[in-house]
Design a protein around this ligand. Structure first.
Ligand code: GUN
Length: 283
């Protein structure tokens, strides 16, 4: 029997707990945890992601502030807003939705967010804590969400061959560091990998984060593997992942569905990081 790793239900349960924690805080007369969400431009997918994040905040009692800047915003203008949010006592977390328009320096923006408010975990101080296994930093939301999902289903990466397909800044690279932290043997495949199948076939836990629909087929995986699908793409009218679910599902021991797997866990991790920022800010 194949186990479906149900990120939707686990998310609902964790969000229920977050909601209780927020109520306990505010009922004592303290202010609500607050997340500032910054979106530059009009990328339709980013709009949807931001709307979902803000809705999730609202449902658990986290206040979200929305800063929507025009496409032609300059890097200094965006840095000014971030400097203001850094200094604002009542803002606990800052999230700048990526990708930014081409003309804005993503690097400068990431460096400008206070590491103490960096709920995305993208600042080098937080990435460095991930490298050095220092607790108390912020772990990027999708890797953290996957870690929580694996923990819930008692899938321990320790000593396992974990293969990550995709070496992006938001998921693949920080996830590789987190899986190393969990004592896995980690391989990271990317666009220049000669033959990804050599790696995917060896994976005890295969995690794909490329955004290439149906890249991973049944004949590329080991019998009994755990498969985590981070991809979200549109194929016609259907939302599909990186994994060709139908050809893979009979071969694996466990797999995340798309939608309803990693996606909701990413947003749940953002809520947890925001609560962590609040507690560290108030404490
Ligand atoms: N764009 C896609 N994923 C993310 C994310 O986790 N954080 C931010 N800020 N932008 C994204």
């Amino acid at each position: 029997m194949t186990l479906l790793l149900d990120g939707k239900t686990l998310s609902e349960n964790i969000r229920e707990e977050i909601s209780k924690r927020v109520k306990a805080i505010t009922s004592k007369g303290y202010r609500e945890p607050t997340l500032a969400v910054v979106l530059v431009g009009n990328d339709p997918a980013s709009h949807i992601y931001v709307r979902n994040k803000r809705k999730a905040c609202q449902k658990v009692g986290i206040r979200s502030l929305f800063y929507h800047l025009p496409e032609n915003t300059t890097t200094p203008e965006l840095l000014d807003l971030i400097a203001y949010l850094n200094s604002e006592e009542k803002v606990d977390g800052i999230l700048v939705q990526l990708p930014l328009p081409e003309h804005i320096s993503q690097q400068e923006v990431i460096l400008s967010v206070s590491p103490r408010k960096d709920v995305d975990g993208f600042h080098p101080e937080n990435m460095g804590k991930l490298v050095a296994r220092i607790e108390g930093g912020f772990i990027p939301c999708t890797p953290l969400g996957i870690d929580l999902l694996l923990k819930h289903y008692r899938i321990d990466p320790k000593g396992k061959d974990v293969v990550i397909v995709g070496a992006g800044f938001i998921v693949g690279r920080p996830l590789a560091l987190l899986m190393l932290w969990r004592d896995a043997t980690v391989s990271v495949c990317h666009i220049h990998t000669k033959d990804i199948t050599v790696y995917t076939k060896k994976a005890d836990i295969l995690i794909s984060a490329t955004g290439v629909p149906h890249l991973i087929k049944g004949d590329m995986i080991k019998e009994g593997a755990v498969v985590i699908d981070v991809g979200i793409s549109k194929l016609g009218d259907k939302v599909v992942g990186d994994v060709d679910f139908d050809s893979v599902k009979h071969k694996v021991s466990a797999i995340t569905p798309v939608p309803g797997g990693v996606g909701p866990m990413t947003i749940t991790a953002l809520l947890l990081n925001t609560l962590q920022a609040y507690e560290q800010n108030m404490g």
